[in-house]
Ligand binder design. Structure first.
Ligand code: NAD
Length: 493
C-alpha cells in the first residue's frame, strides 16, 4: 500500500468536512468530491470552523498544512488520491454503486474506506474491483477532534488493508480500533444505540426530559467514560474482588430487567418531546455556538488526559512524540529556517490563560517560552530517552520583558536565537509575537546549564547534542545580537 500524500473524499457533508479538516491539519492534501457544487463553500467553511480548536490541541511542530481541492468529478478524485474515504448518505444501494464506480478508477494499491455508521463491509464491497483493499473506517463527529476510528474488514478484505488504514489514521492522530468481526452497527454505535433507545423510552413514558437524561450522564458516568470504559469502571465498582463481585451483586437485576430491548414507536408526541426538550437545553444558543463549546471542552479534556497518558490523552501523547521525531529528523535547521531564528512554537491564547484584565497572565508568557525550550531540546535530541540517562539542562537564569498584550483566542508564535553554546551552558534569546499583526509582545533571555541529575552537578553535554546546538548557533551567526540581550532589570530602553 502506498504512502498517503493525498486523501480523496467522496461526499463532503458533516463527516467529509471533518475528515478534510483533520487530514489538512496534519499535512495531508485533500481532494474532496461531492455531487453538489455548492458543497465547496460548505466544506471550506467546515475546515475553517474546525481550525481554532485544532490549533489548540498541541504545541508539537506540525508539518505545513495540506491543500484542499474541491471537485464534482469523483472520477478525477479517485484517479489522484492515495487513500479514499467515502462519506455519502447511509443507503446501501447508493454506497454499493458508488464504491464500485470509484474502485474502477482508483489504482489497485489505493485503500478505499467507508465512513458507514452501521452497514457491513461485506455488503459494501460486493461489486467492487479489487475488493480486498476495502474496509469500513467509522469515525465520530467531530471527526477532527475525536480520535476513535473503527476499522472493520469484510469477507474479501485483506489483512494488509486494515494495517495500511490503521497506519494512515494513526498518522493523522487517530486511535484505530480493529473490530474482530463485522456486525451491523460495529461496536460503538451498538452501545450508543442501546443508550439512545432507553432515552427514547424514558421520554416516551414521561419519566424524564431530555435535559434530565443528559444530566444523568454528564455529571456522572460521562466523566468516568473519558478515562475508563464501562467495564473497567464496573471492575472498580466491585471493590477488592472486582468484576466477579460486581456481577454477583448486580447480575440478578439484568433479569428483571431494568431496560427495554425494543425501541419505542417514534410517534409525533415522542418526536415533539425530543425536539422541544433539546431546544430547551440549547437555551437559544445556535448550533455553531454549541459546537464551539463542545470543541473547546474536547480539547481541554484530551489535554488533561494526556497528563495521565490514558485514553484519548495517550493517543495525543503518541502523536506528539511522532511529530517531534519528524521535526528532529529534518535536522537541527531545515532549509526553510536557514539564517533565521527558529520558529519553535505556534500557539493560541487559551481562555484559561486570561487574567482579570482580559489579557494573557504574566506567568503564561513564561510557559510559552518554556514550550519553546522543550521544542528546542527535542529537536537536538534532549528527549525522554536522553533524560532517562540522568542528564538534562536546568534553567538557571531568565530575564523576561513584557512589551505587549494578547487576548483569548489570539495566535502567538515564538522564535528562538542561540546566543552561545559551550560544554555546559546554553544561552538563548526568545521572542514572542502576536500572530494577528506580528507585533513583538515579549522577549526572554535565558541561561541553561547541563547537569547530571543524579549528582545534581553541572556536567558536559553529550557531543551529539552539542554538535546540533552548534549547528544552529553557526547557522544564526550572521544575525544581529538582540539589543535587549544582556539588559538589566529597570534599564531604560
Ligand atoms: N453524522 C454523523 O454523526 C456520522 C458519524 C459517523 C459516520 N457517519 C456516516 O458518514 C456518512 C455521511 O454522513 P453525513 O452525516 O456526513 O451525511 P451528509 O448528508 O451530511 O453528507 C453526505 C454528502 O454526500 C453527498 N453525496 C450524495 N450522493 C453523492 C454521490 N453519489 N457522490 C458524491 N457525493 C454524494 C451529498 O451531497 C452530501 O454532501 C454516512 O454513511 C453516515 O452513516 C455519520
Amino acid at each position: 500500500m502506498r504512502k498517503v500524500k493525498t486523501l480523496g473524499l467522496l461526499g463532503t457533508g458533516v463527516i467529509g468536512g471533518g475528515w478534510a479538516a483533520r487530514a489538512l491539519h496534519y499535512g495531508v492534501d485533500v481532494i474532496a468530491a461531492d455531487v453538489k457544487p455548492e458543497m465547496e463553500e460548505w466544506i471550506r467553511g467546515a475546515v475553517a470552523n474546525a481550525e481554532p480548536a485544532l490549533a489548540r490541541l498541541t504545541f508539537a511542530p506540525l508539518p505545513p498544512k495540506g491543500t484542499l481541492f474541491f471537485t464534482t468529478d469523483f472520477k478525477m478524485m479517485a484517479q489522484r488520491a492515495d487513500f479514499i474515504q467515502e462519506n455519502i448518505p447511509e443507503q446501501l444501494p447508493l454506497k454499493q454503486r458508488m464504491l464500485a464506480e470509484v474502485s474502477r478508477q482508483a489504482a489497485a494499491d489505493v485503500v478505499i474506506a467507508s465512513s458507514t455508521s452501521g452497514l457491513t463491509p461485506t455488503d459494501l464491497q460486493r461489486d467492487m474491483l479489487a475488493p480486498e483493499r476495502f474496509c469500513v473506517a467509522h469515525p465520530f463527529n467531530p471527526v477532527y477532534l475525536l480520535p476513535l476510528v473503527e476499522l472493520v474488514g469484510g469477507t474479501k478484505t485483506a489483512p494488509a488493508t486494515i494495517e495500511a488504514a490503521a497506519k494512515f489514521f494513526t498518522y493523522i492522530g487517530m486511535h484505530p480500533l480493529r473490530v474482530r468481526r463485522e456486525v451491523p452497527g460495529h461496536l460503538t454505535d451498538r452501545l450508543q444505540e442501546a443508550l439512545w433507545r432507553e432515552i427514547l423510552h424514558l421520554v416516551n413514558d414521561g419519566v424524564a426530559t431530555t435535559g434530565e437524561l443528559d444530566e444523568s450522564i454528564v455529571y456522572g458516568p460521562g466523566l468516568r467514560w473519558a478515562a475508563m470504559g464501562t467495564n473497567l469502571i464496573y471492575h472498580l465498582a466491585g471493590g477488592e474482588s472486582g468484576m466477579r463481585h460486581m456481577l454477583a451483586q448486580f447480575g440478578p437485576c439484568l433479569k428483571w430487567p431494568w431496560t427495554k430491548l425494543e425501541a419505542p414507536e417514534l410517534t409525533e408526541t415522542l418526536i415533539d418531546r425530543m425536539v422541544e426538550g433539546t431546544q430547551a437545553q440549547a437555551a437559544g444558543r445556535s448550533i455553531r455556538e454549541l459546537e464551539r463549546l463542545r470543541d473547546d471542552s474536547l480539547v481541554a479534556v484530551q489535554q488533561v488526559l494526556r497528563q495521565y497518558n490514558i485514553g484519548a490523552g495517550a493517543t495525543l501523547r503518541a502523536l506528539e512524540e511522532r511529530l517531534y521525531q519528524d521535526a528532529a529528523a529534518a535536522g537541527p535547521v531545515s532549509a526553510l529556517e536557514r539564517g533565521k531564528p527558529l520558529r519553535l512554537v505556534d500557539a493560541v491564547v487559551r481562555p484559561e490563560w486570561i487574567d482579570y484584565n482580559r489579557h494573557m497572565s504574566d506567568f503564561r508568557y513564561g510557559q510559552v517560552f518554556g514550550d519553546a525550550m522543550d521544542s528546542l531540546y527535542r529537536r537536538v535530541g534532549v528527549d525522554e530517552a536522553y533524560r532517562a540517562t540522568g542528564r538534562m539542562y536546568y534553567s538557571v537564569e531568565t530575564h523576561l520583558m513584557y512589551l505587549g498584550e494578547a487576548k483569548a483566542g489570539e495566535a502567538l508564535y515564538v522564535t528562538t536565537q542561540l546566543l552561545a553554546v559551550d560544554e555546559k551552558r546554553l544561552h538563548v534569546f526568545h521572542r514572542l509575537f502576536r500572530g494577528r499583526d506580528d507585533a513583538l509582545i515579549a522577549t526572554d533571555e535565558q541561561m541553561h546549564l547541563h547537569v547530571d541529575t543524579a549528582q545534581a552537578k553541572a556536567t558536559a553535554v553529550d557531543p551529539a547534542v552539542r554538535a546540533k546546538l552548534e549547528a544552529i548557533r553557526n547557522d544564526q551567526a550572521g544575525l544581529p545580537r538582540p539589543h535587549e540581550a544582556g539588559r538589566s532589570t529597570g534599564q531604560r530602553h
